[in-house]
Design a protein around this ligand. Structure first.
Ligand code: AGP
Length: 620
């Protein structure tokens, strides 16, 4: 959601900024713009729509050569996705250009204050007010080496809400400044050059050395003095330096038509990387990075799993595994609801926040609420150095590598695997499972990457099926037990990629209402549990297939190898390898990802960047 890029160094800034924006496209946007500074003048270009529109405008505008610049991809919140609402926003005197990610909640009174001075606004955004405030504040300050940074600090102190702001001033040929509260920003440190980015993808082609910016901090990037970080009061802060372990190649498509397809294909490796170093030689769990003491883990009497979207579905699966292995009660909740319900939390509550990006605002706010209530917070996260792990007591990184497609695939699978690791680790530390029981599950986990690879080898019939479903108006997904969250995830993938109405149901709920929507030919995807699943769940799901088929449904059945009970009632069978019940979602989800991708592609849609969606949702 909104991508920000900044550059100061010897290279052509426009090229560097555009390349950064291209790499941030996956975050989701509906307009884009740039500003460069040369010869004491700011030049801007901005355009609604994709980057190609901006590039076309730039080809005609012929911006001057410059070595300092900022850029932005905007996901509209305040004001529609139009040319004039696109960033950068420039002050009335033309001296300041600003880009922004987030929402300035008190922009209405601030705007009224600025308008009272005679300034006319040219956009409907909350951001423009910052450009006007910055120019006025800068003008009122004495000349000095950190005048622009001081102006940014003064303005930031007045803002409420979430923001990453990056600004340039026409009188400061060697400086850009940025400010951060609740929205992401990282600094890239190259050889005599500096980058700013919403995430490291913005500059990964140039450097892997990065600085983390904390909450309520301002960074001044000066061509000769380098990066100086202060809090909003001007106190110097030593930023944490880190090396990015992704490389540029990992963020490229690698020959696949869509990032999503590449990321689906990477899942065996991603799952293996999540497990890497965490399964001990003797079948024990080794989670050294979980910075909670054994005593703290033993004291836990309740677990909440909090997340959004696909990560929430991973959380639903965590409940089955963690409760079964540890006998600790687990509640799972969408992050946007969590804190408004006043959940009962205390020191002996573990809150597990799952987030691929580590920047989802709803999840971050839930995390802060949990910490305020003294709960312990463990993050399961993919993006290194992002806000959610930084603010958590402990973190388990999924190591899935960069996930660029908006629709999460390897992010999801690795979150599920990380949840298994947490559950088993708790069982080990609390001594509720014998070592040989844990070792047996560890062996099952070790087999997962191969099982996922085998699913991927058999996807051609699924693609063919997807092509035949491209005109469907609605597709239903049914599952029981761990198949239920998989059904929810399959429906979400289809909605977000193919814009087809889809719903996931607990198969047992069918007769309580949803069965009424089944009509002649309605496609129904059923995730069938293993025949070895306890309490004849398998038999009940097979009955559910018969029930929908009797009402005209076209049944698409995902069943494990050798399960022939489904054959008489299935119009299509998708086979997955035999996998232990609790781990089965890691294999049954994969065909649903492929199916959604193929349907979207057949419908001629942008698989990687579906309409209206952003990769990381950094506003509440
Ligand atoms: C997944 O396909 C989605 N696009 C979305 O639901 C996502 O999982 C959700 O926004 C949470 O993101 P996070 O994992 O980065 O917190």
């Amino acid at each position: 959601m909104c991508g920000i890029v900044g550059y100061v160094g010897p290279q052509d800034s426009l090229g560097v900024v555009l390349e950064g924006l291209r790499r941030l496209e996956y975050r989701g946007y509906d307009s884009a713009g740039v500003a460069v500074l040369a010869d004491g003048q700011l030049s801007t270009a901005k355009k609604a729509g994709k980057l190609a529109n901006l590039e076309k405008q730039l080809a005609e505008a012929d911006l001057p050569a410059a070595t300092i610049g900022i850029g932005h991809t905007r996901w509209a919140t305040h004001g529609g996705p139009t040319d004039r609402n696109a960033h950068p926003h420039v002050s009335a005197d033309g001296r300041v250009a600003v880009v922004h990610n987030g929402i300035i909640e008190n922009f209405v009174p601030l705007r009224a204050e600025v308008e009272a001075t005679g300034v006319e606004f040219t956009s409907e955004t909350d951001t423009e007010v910052v450009a006007h405030l910055l120019t006025a504040t800068y003008r009122a300050l004495p000349a000095g080496p950190d005048r622009l940074a001081e102006a940014m600090r003064a303005v930031s102190r007045r803002l409420e809400g979430a923001f990453t702001l990056v600004a340039t001033h026409a009188d400061e040929p060697d400086t850009i400044v940025a400010s951060r509260r609740n929205s992401p920003l990282v600094v890239g440190v190259g050889d005599g050059e500096y980058f700013l980015g919403s995430d490291v993808a913005a500059f990964i082609g140039h450097t892997r050395n990065a600085l983390e910016l904390g909450q309520d901090q301002v960074v001044e990037i000066d061509r000769t003095r380098g990066a100086t970080v202060t809090d909003f009061s001007g106190n110097r802060v030593e930023p944490t330096a880190y090396t990015v372990d992704w490389d540029a190649a990992a963020a490229e498509k690698g020959g696949y038509p869509w990032f999503m397809l590449k990321e689906i294909a990477e899942q065996p490796r991603a799952v293996a990387d999540t497990l890497l170093g965490r399964l001990g030689e003797s079948g024990e769990l080794v989670l050294d990075e979980v910075r909670l003491s054994d005593q703290e883990l033993r004291d836990i009497d309740k677990i909440f799993v909090v997340a959004c979207g696909t990560a929430f579905h991973a959380g639903l699966l965590a409940k089955y595994a963690i409760e079964h292995w540890t006998r600790i009660p687990v509640e799972v909740e969408v992050a946007s609801e969590f804190r408004y319900r006043d959940p009962v939390l205390d020191r002996s509550t573990l809150v597990v926040v799952i987030s691929q990006s580590g920047e989802t605002m709803d999840s971050l706010m839930a995390l802060r609420h949990a910490r305020d209530q003294k709960a312990r917070v463990l993050a399961i996260c993919n993006a290194n150095g992002s806000t959610i792990p930084r603010e958590s007591d402990a973190v388990l990184y999924t190591h899935a590598g960069p996930e660029v497609a908006v629709a999460s695939t390897k992010g999801f699978l690795t979150q599920v695997v990380a949840c298994y690791l947490v559950g088993l680790f708790l069982a080990q530390v609390r001594g509720v499972k014998y070592a040989d029981e844990i070792a047996a599950i560890v062996d099952d986990l070790r087999a997962l990457p191969d099982a996922v690879a085998r699913v991927l080898e058999q996807m051609e019939p699924v693609r063919e099926l997807g092509r035949s479903l491209a005109d469907a108006n609605t597709i239903l997904f049914l599952g029981r037990h761990v198949g239920f969250p998989v059904a929810l995830e399959g429906a979400l993938k289809l909605k977000e990629l193919a814009y087809i109405h889809a719903e996931g149901f607990a198969a047992g709920e069918l007769k309580h209402g949803p069965i009424a929507v089944i009509d002649q030919g309605t496609p129904v995807v059923v995730i069938v549990p293993s025949p070895r699943t306890r309490e004849s769940v398998h038999g009940k799901v097979v009955s559910n297939i018969q029930e929908v088929r009797a009402r005209g449904a076209r049944t698409i059945v995902i069943a494990e190898d050798g399960d022939d009970d489904v054959l008489p009632f299935a119009d299509h069978v998708i086979r997955v390898p035999r996998t232990p019940t609790l781990l089965a979602p890691v294999v049954t989800t994969v065909p649903l990802q492929v199916l959604a991708c193929e349907i979207a592609d057949t419908r001629g849609l942008d698989v990687d960047q579906p309409r209206n969606l952003a990769k990381s949702v950094t506003v509440e």
